[in-house]
Design a protein around this ligand. Structure first.
Ligand SMILES: CC(C)(COP(=O)(O)OP(=O)(O)OC[C@H]1O[C@@H](n2cnc3c(N)ncnc32)[C@H](O)[C@@H]1OP(=O)(O)O)[C@@H](O)C(=O)NCCC(=O)NCCS
Length: 207
């Protein structure tokens, strides 16, 4: 996987993070604490690091090892967030997990679903993965809308899955396999072809 390429649709571009993005990411994350904190992974063993240079280095190591694809999200050429493809597995699993955030100033413009669709299509069509997963806290209604718009399937609830805002938090698991979207994730969404799914969140919680 190259660290030079970018994927684009309309005003939204995702490109691989660069070391010089660390300063901008630091500014955006530190100036939007209230917005990001409820959804941000924390260190269960101590304080969470805000060393963005180290974070970008670690993301680029994952890229070098072909374990991840760390993108930044640009809106009209300005860096406004991150989309991270992590836990990339090949062979008989061939799957990945996607996480994301954008700054509140650009929320509600459909930037994240576009970025997710671009990334998923790339992972399916170019890297050759078979399944992409997104995990979301039940309380995160904005993020639930992102996967609903793209028609991801609700698979269940992982109890205490990720340490977020200083506690182990449940997450809904959403996924798509490549076979479910032969026409492409972005194409299916922009053409209005996403099937209407009635998400049974309560039932998944009881099971
Ligand atoms: C979740 C998140 C990535 C969505 O990104 P986005 O680019 O705004 O996505 P969309 O434009 O599709 O909006 C999704 C929903 O957000 C809500 N929303 C819209 N404008 C909003 C605003 N100004 N403020 C808060 N929420 C807003 C709406 O419910 C919208 O759904 P709708 O289009 O059906 O009305 C973004 O809200 C975010 O970064 N939140 C903080 C970090 C986070 O939650 N990350 C995800 C962890 S799983």
């Amino acid at each position: 996987m190259s660290n030079l390429f970018a994927l684009n649709h309309g005003d939204v571009t995702i490109r691989v993070v660069r070391p010089r993005d660390a300063k901008t990411l630091e500014r955006l994350v530190l100036s939007n604490r209230e917005w990001l904190r409820p959804w941000e992974a924390t260190n269960p063993h101590g304080p969470t690091s805000f060393d963005f240079k180290a974070q970008v280095r670690s993301l680029l190591r994952q890229l070098d090892n072909q374990e991840g694809l760390p993108f930044v999200i640009l809106y009209r050429d300005e860096l406004v967030g991150q989309l991270n493809v992590a836990n990339v597995l090949y062979g008989s699993v061939s799957s990945c997990v996607i996480g994301y955030w954008v700054i509140p100033q650009v929320a509600g413009k459909g930037i994240t679903p576009t970025a997710v669709a671009l990334a998923m299509d790339y992972m399916f069509e170019v890297i050759g993965l078979h399944r992409a997963e997104i995990d979301i806290r039940p309380e995160n209604s904005a993020s639930l809308r992102v996967v609903e718009k793209l028609g991801l399937r609700l698979e269940g609830l992982k109890r205490g899955y990720i340490h977020i805002a200083n506690a182990w938090r449940d997450h809904y698991v959403f996924a798509l396999t490549k076979e479910e979207v032969p026409q492409g994730v972005l194409n299916r969404w922009t053409k209005g072809l996403v099937p209407k799914i009635s998400y049974d969140y309560d039932k998944k919680l009881r099971n």
